[in-house]
Design a protein around this ligand. Structure first.
Ligand SMILES: *Cc1c(COP(=O)(O)O)cnc(C)c1O
Length: 383
């Protein structure tokens, strides 16, 4: 009844989205703040003013959205939590994040969430002929796509301090003449490599293989690799609206890369579904990019709540891995991850527990609003 390919499918299990009870959701790294009021106005206004657009095919190339994304990256430097906002609401990059060239729309490809974008990146650049280098613990969708496209993986264990084993990853990529993918900051650890460390990796990795850095969380305190596009044409940076741009429900993600690699990904898209982003999502995405100041404010709040919540847990004997993201990865001696997850859930709060060997004692807790974290603190104190 089914094709042989079905044997290679091992679907991703997303964080629970329960419908039975109103939980405080700290399990899927969504942003706790609503989108900018300008997004809401733009979406409602566009649908009212142009209802016929719901009946017409959208712009297949998302041209205006690509221009808006490029503009936002140029204005912010690509790391929201460090960008400056003056009294008039003008945004400028922090000195360390300044991009030494102009990001142009032909360097952007956008799709329905970075998960879809990643799938096209896997299809375009990685094949069944050699192993793709990934960290053992990283975004758990990569192995799912590897199964889907029958790409063998070389899963490199993390070091004992949970950082990437950069030497071994580069050694393997060189020995196998293969591509590399990881998230920076990494998930679920929250640890980031510096831009200098990534530059050093790409310098030593095979030049004619694609090197992918997934920057889903970089707006909360990492260093973006976008400036490195001036030096490397085999670099693909993957970004999403789901975390720092308060837009997980809109399904928008994009890559920033050389126009040549963007064209390959576009060819994959046009061979499968050439109208990927609907009119409403394009409208929402453009409005979000035009109000970067709002999202800078959200990212700064997340970082400040993350730091106070981390301090709270450390004072109570938890090991908290230093996070540059909108989540913390924590464990406590003598405490079982799964039991704590269940006890917290009974108190109306969802966090994420992975039963993956090696990290089964950890909890991954999304940083919510200050009020949500107060509820979690009292739940954790009463367990
Ligand atoms: C959340 C996440 C994504 C997926 O984002 P979507 O745009 O919602 O599909 C991709 N990569 C990493 C590392 C993530 O954490």
């Amino acid at each position: 009844m089914v094709s042989n390919r079905m044997e290679n499918l091992h679907p991703y299990v997303p964080g629970e989205q329960p419908k039975d009870r109103q939980y405080i959701k700290l399990n899927a790294n969504e942003n706790p703040y609503p989108p900018s009021p300008r997004v809401i106005d733009a979406v409602c206004g566009a649908v009212r003013a142009h209802p016929e657009k719901l009946g017409l095919y959208p712009d297949p190339d998302s041209s205006s959205l690509k221009a808006a994304i490029a503009g936002m990256l140029n204005r912010t430097g690509g790391v929201l939590c460090r960008a400056d906002v003056d009294e008039k609401g003008n945004v400028s990059p922090a000195a360390q994040d300044r991009i030494p060239f102009e990001v142009t729309p032909d360097m952007i490809y956008c799709g329905n969430g970075s998960d879809e974008v990643l799938s096209f990146v896997f299809y375009a650049f990685f094949g069944s002929d050699r192993e793709l280098v990934v960290p053992e613990h990283t975004y758990s969708f990569y192995p799912v796509y590897a199964g889907f496209y029958q790409i063998p993986l070389d899963r490199v264990p993390l070091k004992s301090d949970w950082t990437l084993d950069v030497e071994r990853m580069i050694g393997d990529a060189t020995a196998r003449d293969s591509g590399t993918i990881f998230a920076n900051p990494n998930a679920p650890t929250g640890i980031a490599l510096s831009r200098a460390e990534i530059r050093d990796m790409i310098r030593r990795a095979p030049k004619d293989r694609v090197f992918v850095v997934d920057e889903a969380y970089v707006d909360f305190g990492g260093e973006s690799s976008i400036p490195l596009l001036a030096e490397f044409d085999n670099l693909v940076i993957v970004r999403t609206f789901s975390k720092s741009l308060c837009g997980a429900g809109q399904r928008l993600g994009f890559i920033v890369s050389s126009p040549k690699l963007v064209n390959y990904v576009t060819t994959v898209k046009n061979s499968l579904n050439h109208f990927p982003i609907d009119f409403v999502a394009q409208t929402a995405g453009i409005a979000a990019c035009e109000d970067a100041a709002y999202y800078v404010g959200c990212a700064k709040k997340v970082v400040s709540v993350r730091e106070s919540f981390s301090a709270f847990l450390r004072e109570r004997g938890w090991e908290v891995i230093g996070s540059r993201t909108n989540f913390v990865f924590v464990r406590k001696n003598g405490v079982r991850g799964e039991e704590t997850y269940r006890a917290i859930k009974e108190r109306g709060i969802l966090v994420r527990h992975f039963s993956t060997p090696g990290i089964e004692d950890f909890l991954r807790i999304t940083i919510g609003t200050a009020a949500q974290m107060e509820e979690l603190k009292s739940a954790m104190e009463n367990i």
